[in-house]
Write a protein that binds this ligand. Structure first.
Ligand code: SAH
Length: 382
């Protein structure tokens, strides 16, 4: 498929791929220019690393279910609304996942099951979430339903499996609240072990329905390798992986470090991180469930020493409290992984006024066709 000729029929209503009207080359230069504008004053910006095949890269696909004129539909919410735009296949989503979602929609009809209506709060199936590992090929299907009772459950699961034998686990998640969140509290494994495993940079990671995992695994490897290369570890360092999620960066870095400490706010992610360290027999890593800013305050108070801090905060960037204590702790090196160049620029402005100098800037295209840019910055203390 040639991107210059590609026009997604859903592009206006979906709004997910904001820059798909540009050729991939132009998309990359758009992102490069954005990073240079925001960060160019700190250092030369390396050329953005793009994808060779920037399609169907998403390993996690979710579809909302509803009914229109008596027919069951599945797709995405029209941007900032609760109207479902029917979508069967998407330029950036895994194709197998899309196929499974279409199969489930057809099955609903033959099983006489209704899709959920978020106005009347009636109906059964709300969302389907599919996660796939491109390395192990394991596939997890999560059926988000409005109640626990699942009519003809065994036959339904068997019907999915006979049409898609590649599905390795099926989980039911119950969400009976009036909410825009996809997943509810309660989950029940209907088939398989309830999780999939993926391999990144030679390490194994467990992905459960709720765990955070980067959605473009090919570029995640590129991103993590660069971040760890920037950290320039010799095997002796004490490394902090701040905002560590399920521990991916820290676990991969642990091989080249003396010790790694991870801090993360989300308790589920921390549990996953502990399991991931065990899965990989990594002994020199420990995880703390805490707000990264508060953790830094305690670390500074206790005169902790970190040689390198790798930080990967959410879009809002780091808190001032975090940055203040980071400077106080004074690691020789900070590797800042950011999904938002605006907050990154704000945080760099602070750090460069407090004794740090930007040494390298590397943008990576994690989300082709969307306006999002990921950037890694390496800072040294001077
Ligand atoms: N490094 C991980 C996760 C990055 S996403 C990876 O690559 O997979 C950012 C993470 O920061 C999320 O896991 C989120 O739960 C966590 N987070 C958000 N606010 C936080 C805070 N105040 N303190 C610590 N962690 C936080």
């Amino acid at each position: 498929m040639n991107i210059t000729e590609f026009k997604c029929p859903h592009r206006k209503k979906c709004g997910g791929c904001q820059i798909q009207n540009l050729t991939y080359e132009k998309q990359l230069s758009f992102k490069q220019v954005k990073v240079i504008k925001l960060l160019g004053k700190y250092h030369h910006v390396n050329e953005i690393i793009g994808m060779e095949h920037p399609y169907h890269y998403r390993n996690k696909v979710q579809a909302a279910f509803g009914e229109r004129k008596g027919e069951i539909i599945s797709g995405v919410y029209q941007s900032s609304t609760h109207t479902i735009v029917p979508v069967d296949s998407c330029l950036i989503e895994d194709q197998k996942a899309d196929e499974i979602i279409v199969t489930i929609r057809k099955l609903l009809k033959s099983f006489k099951l209704r899709a959920f209506n978020d106005v009347t709060m009636k109906g059964f199936l709300r969302h389907v979430l599919v996660k796939r590992s491109f390395t192990t090929n394991e596939i997890m299907v999560v059926l988000v339903t409005s109640c626990l009772e699942f009519p003809k459950e065994t036959q339904f699961i068997n019907a999915i499996r006979s049409r898609h034998p590649e599905v390795t686990t099926v989980v039911q998640n119950v969400n009976n609240k009036r909410t825009s969140l996809v997943l509810g509290e309660q989950s029940r494994v209907l088939f398989g072990n309830g999780y999939i495993e993926d391999i990144l940079c030679g390490f194994k990671f467990r992905i459960s329905p709720k765990s955070f995992y980067q959605v473009n695994p090919l570029q995640t490897e590129v991103l993590y390798k660069k971040a760890i290369e920037f950290a320039d570890l010799t095997g002796k360092e004490r490394v902090l992986d701040a905002y560590c999620g399920t521990g991916t960066i820290g676990i991969i870095a642990s091989q080249k470090a003396g010790e790694v400490v991870g801090v993360e706010l989300n308790p589920d992610a921390v549990k996953n991180a502990v399991v991931n360290a065990e899965l990989n027999c990594v002994k020199n890593i420990s995880f703390f469930e805490d707000d990264a800013g508060k953790f830094m305050v305690k670390s500074a108070r206790n005169d902790e020493r970190f040689d390198v801090v790798i930080m990967d905060p959410p879009r809002a960037g780091a808190s001032l409290e975090f940055l203040r204590c980071l400077v106080e702790l004074g690691p020789d090196k900070v590797v800042y992984v950011s999904c938002n160049p605006e907050t990154l620029a704000r945080d760099l402005s602070f750090l460069t006024r407090k004794g740090y100098r930007v040494k390298k800037i590397q943008p990576v295209d994690m989300f082709p066709h969307t306006e999002h840019v990921e950037t890694i910055v390496c800072l040294n203390k001077y």
